[in-house]
Design a protein around this ligand. Structure first.
Ligand code: KIV
Ligand code: ZN
Length: 526
């Protein structure tokens, strides 16, 4: 059996389903480019039928990123057509279709009589859906993956029947998801081993697994599956995803690399791109990486106690099982300042993984000098923020032009804002319970809207007194929520930018919804 493990990255699909993570199309494209550098085997770019924004993102990534691009579709022709259409320009494409197989899902999601009266009848319907959808997808696309949703809790004999049927219809990858993160490593590994025995045509497909982390076992379950014959792992950068997330890409890849004495497998991952990938994903999604997270957390390579530090100075092997350089941790902290030139900035950006054109360098250099004037020392984290900001705020409808706030003990907080709305300038002022409330009220008056704020968070993203403050504002439209992000050395300004960013995302979503549903007759699934 081959010992190569294929890495199927679903950061942009399952990862983006993390509560509160909403990425705009440019942020997704940037992440997809980084995943290509990381050299994952497949990028699952989204679920095209689920919304026009998803459709457009998959389409853009498929046309720009030279990797196998996968798109998700439920087991019906409409979803599959939408996935195929979104993937049209991909040089290498995969349709990923799925249906539920556990009794919990069948009875819960396919309760309607049209799927059959009894569980046995419903199971027959699902078998047929699996066969028909794979056959249909295969008529459009050579590479077809089938997933049996909630396979972790599916009766093994029925699961074997479904998997046999999907391979018989032409699936070349069959995915066994532990959708609810319920299984234990030994149990899950045995499930894969049993499938290899029970499914007669299993050698015609690659076995994949997709483990969720509800019990904190997603990585352990994935590794156990590999040891029992799985050869594709579905995972996400930083382990983000539905609920407690998916198996973490960096943990699986490094476990295979570091414990190659026992895990005699290999991946194509360029491990030195792991740290940059982690930073990019947490920056754009606003989902922070816990300090003690394995491989990419801030403390992953920090040695605090005297005994440990002494050991490290004598021999790194005492307390380090892999070097930070292997996962791309920057060796040195370079500090740039207002006297740093464009060349120095370009070189440092390249070291941080950003290749930029001269035209883009002009724009970034301007932002860099503005920041250097404010805070003197510019760290790597600041540069990542500048780069991220230029992508997050691309093509925005509303832009903050001017902000003036008066606040203090004994005075009524008052804000004046000037907002550029396309080519128009809107100016308004307002008071509020505090300076942030005053700013939000002034923005709403200027734009003539009233918006409910679901959450507001502020934190410092770089160190020191002049640190950059990051504000995340979550707002809700009728069907979904949008998180806006704003960064500045002034947290009131960051709040205004974050609120406008959220409004821009909502606006972009609504415009896309209107135009694409008119043009393509797409349906929205919430
Ligand atoms: O968790 C899951 O089962 C999924 C499938 C769509 C693969 O995300
Ligand atoms: Zn999932």
């Amino acid at each position: 059996m081959e010992n190569k493990i294929f890495i199927f990255d679903t950061t942009l699909r399952d990862g983006e389903q993390s509560p509160g993570a909403s990425l705009n199309i440019y942020e997704k494209l940037e992440i997809a480019h980084q995943l290509a550098k990381l050299n994952v085997d497949v990028i699952e770019a989204g679920f095209p039928i689920s919304s026009p924004a998803q459709f457009e993102a998959v389409k853009l990534i498929a046309s720009e990123v030279d990797k196998t691009i996968a798109a998700l579709a439920r087991a019906n022709e409409k979803d599959i057509d939408s996935a195929f259409k979104a993937l049209a320009q991909a040089r290498s494409k995969r349709i990923h279709t799925f249906t539920s197989t556990s009794d919990f899902h069948i009875m819960g999601k396919f309760g309607h009589e049209k799927y059959g009266k009894s569980l046995a009848e419903k199971r027959e319907t699902i078998l047929k859906m699996a066969y028909d959808s794979v056959k249909y997808a295969k008529s459009l696309c050579e590479d077809v993956e089938f997933s049996a949703e909630d396979a972790g809790r599916t009766d093994i004999n029925y699961l074997a029947e479904v998997i046999y049927t999907a391979i018989d219809a032409g699936a070349n990858v069959v995915n066994i998801p532990d959708t609810t993160g319920y299984t234990l490593p030994k149990e899950f590994g045995e499930k894969i081993a049993q499938l290899r025995k029970l499914v007669k045509n299993i050698d015609k497909a690659v076995i994949s697994v997709h483990c969720h982390n509800d019990l904190g076992l997603a990585v352990a379950n994935s590794i156990s599956a590999i040891e029992n014959g799985a050869r594709q792992i579905e995972c996400t950068v930083n382990g983000i995803g539905e609920r407690a997330g998916n198996a973490s890409l960096e943990e699986i890849v490094m476990a295979i690399k570091v414990r190659n004495d026992l895990l005699k497998y290999s991946t194509n991952i360029e491990t030195r791109e792991i740290y940059n990938s982690s930073k990019l994903v947490s920056g754009f999604t606003g989902i922070l990486v816990q300090r003690n997270k394995a491989i990419v957390g801030e403390n992953a390579f920090a040695h605090e106690s005297g005994i440990h530090q002494d050991g490290m100075l004598k021999d790194r092997n005492t307390y380090e099982i892999m070097t930070p350089e292997l996962v791309g941790y920057p060796k040195t902290k370079i500090i740039l300042g207002r006297h740093s030139g464009r060349h120095g900035l370009k070189v440092r950006l390249k070291e941080l993984g950003y290749e930029i054109t001269d035209q883009k360098l002009d724009e970034v250099y301007l932002a860099f000098t503005e920041l250097a004037d404010k805070k003197k020392e510019v760290f790597d984290e600041d540069l990542r923020i500048i780069m991220g900001d230029s992508i997050s705020h691309k093509n925005e409808h509303y832009e903050l032009n001017y902000l003036h706030v008066i606040s203090g003990s004994g005075s009524i907080p008052t804000a004046v804002v000037r907002i550029k709305k396309d080519s128009e300038i809107k100016e308004e002022s307002s008071t509020g319970d505090g300076p942030v409330d005053a700013v939000f009220n002034a923005i709403e008056r200027a734009l003539g809207i009233k918006q409910q704020i679901e959450s507001y968070n502020v934190r410092s993203v770089t160190s020191g007194r002049q640190a950059m403050g990051e504000v995340l504002v979550r707002i809700r439209s009728s069907s979904r929520s949008f998180t806006g992000r704003g960064i500045s050395t002034d947290i009131i300004e960051a709040s205004a930018k974050a609120y406008l960013n959220a409004l821009n995302k909502k606006e972009q979503h609504e415009t896309l919804l209107k135009t694409t549903s008119e043009e393509n007759n797409l349906i929205t699934v919430v």
